[in-house]
Ligand binder design. Structure first.
Ligand SMILES: NC(=O)c1ccc[n+]([C@@H]2O[C@H](COP(=O)([O-])OP(=O)(O)OC[C@H]3O[C@@H](n4cnc5c(N)ncnc54)[C@H](O)[C@@H]3O)[C@@H](O)[C@H]2O)c1
Length: 366
């Protein structure tokens, strides 16, 4: 991607999508974002009235007017095909979707339609177009399900610890079945396999990034998705923090700037490769903070308490279905392929995110 590319980002007004749009636009690429605005990213409570707005839309309008916005639903096959024909992207990043595992249990058919039919429409249209060189699918660690049978854990004071001292995270060859995934995990996994399969049988240059927990500024966490941002919002507004299970669940966390750097770097290294060379290796990658950037919920609460200088009220309830006691990405494959590793530690990232929320409190609490 040394030259200027045209890039279509689905879900491009969401948290990850709009950060990618900005990063790639700053590098000079021509970007279009496609979104149906189903995830309003500000919920303003003004006394009894609740307003929903799309902050990312307004932000891009003001600071990045060159980024084109296309507003419709990826479930609309014809509109997707027409947009691809008109805009003629060389690269598609598919980030749109229903993102909450909790909501997918409540409404599996909505999840299925958004995540599977939506993905299929975009992928199948891309397959028809000779001008598209690369397709990047934003997948999730939830494809591995609750991974209970794959690791033995010891319960420490604030977190679960792998019994195997040499554990360096879950690799891309970890089992994807024999566990509970939630419908969200399944719809993302089905999309993930479709993307891999189309790469193999139609000679497309398809990549799958299975993300762990991504966090950062301009993330509007909600119940069931974006837990770091959601928990801090509650903590700083004096609300009780809800913990499902015992709070010792461990995640590797990755700041959004590190993810944007990675994607820009990956595309610039791979988009000029011919399909034969590109597809000589598997293009599925686990992406996250890795073994050096982990935190448990209880540790996160401790960090918030020191930032806010007060004790937080916690309420514990039952474990959520499919919750992983420990998920850490093994990021050695992406490191060995393109030399990327995260730079932003949890300490720094949490400080950046909480500062952004504190500075922008009027978006949430006025
Ligand atoms: N944030 C994370 O920690 C994380 C972790 C693993 C995987 N992911 C994956 O990354 C992707 C982006 O997540 P995010 O955190 O930016 O979530 P997000 O909700 O902020 O962004 C998703 C965007 O997709 C749009 N969208 C949803 N359904 C659509 C449809 N049918 N048509 C058009 N647009 C639609 C939404 O309006 C939203 O703007 C998702 O696919 C998610 O599964 C995210």
């Amino acid at each position: 991607m040394s030259t200027i590319s045209k890039i279509l980002i689905t879900g491009g007004l969401g948290f990850i999508g709009h950060h990618l749009a900005i990063k790639l636009s700053k590098k000079g690429h021509k970007i279009a974002v496609l979104d149906n605005l189903s995830r309003p990213n500000i919920i303003i409570n003004k006394s009894s009235e609740t307003k929903k707005k799309n902050y990312n839309w307004e932000y891009l309008d003001e600071f990045y007017p060159n980024i084109e916005k296309k507003i419709f639903d990826i479930r609309d096959k014809e509109k997707v095909a027409n947009l691809i024909q008109d805009f003629k992207p060389e690269i598609i990043i598919h980030s749109a979707g229903q993102t909450s595992a909790v909501d997918s249990i409540e409404n599996p058919s909505f999840d299925f339609e958004n995540n599977m039919i939506g993905l299929f429409n975009v992928l199948n249209s891309a397959k028809e177009c000779h001008f598209i060189t690369d397709f990047l699918y934003i997948s999730t660690n939830k494809v591995y399900g609750n991974n209970e049978n794959d690791i033995s854990l010891v319960e420490g004071k604030t977190r679960y610890i792998p019994e195997n001292k040499n554990f360096k995270g879950f690799s891309e060859t970890s089992s994807i079945d024999h566990s509970i995934h939630t419908p969200y995990g399944i719809s993302k996994l089905a999309g993930d396999l479709y993307v891999q399969e189309f790469g193999k049988i139609y000679d497309m240059k398809n990549t799958v990034f299975r993300l762990s927990c991504i966090y950062g500024d301009q993330q509007f966490g909600i119940h069931g998705q974006g837990f770091i941002s959601y928990m801090f919002l509650n903590a700083s507004s004096g609300k009780q923090i809800q913990i499902y299970g015992n709070g010792k669940q461990v995640r590797d966390i990755l700041y959004i700037d590190d993810l944007s750097d990675l994607i820009e770097r990956y595309l610039s290294k791979t988009s000029s490769l011919k399909p034969k060379i590109f597809n000589q290796k598997s293009r599925v990658y686990n992406i996250g903070g890795g073994i050096n950037n982990t935190i448990s919920l209880l540790e996160l609460v401790g960090r918030f308490e020191s930032i806010l200088g007060k004790k937080l009220k916690l309420e514990f309830s039952n474990w959520r279905l499919g919750d992983q006691k420990l998920y850490i990405s093994d990021i050695t494959k992406i490191y060995s392929d393109i030399g990327w590793e995260p730079k932003i530690t949890p300490e720094l990232g949490i400080e950046k995110l909480t500062k952004w929320i504190e500075t922008n409190k009027n978006l949430f609490f006025n």
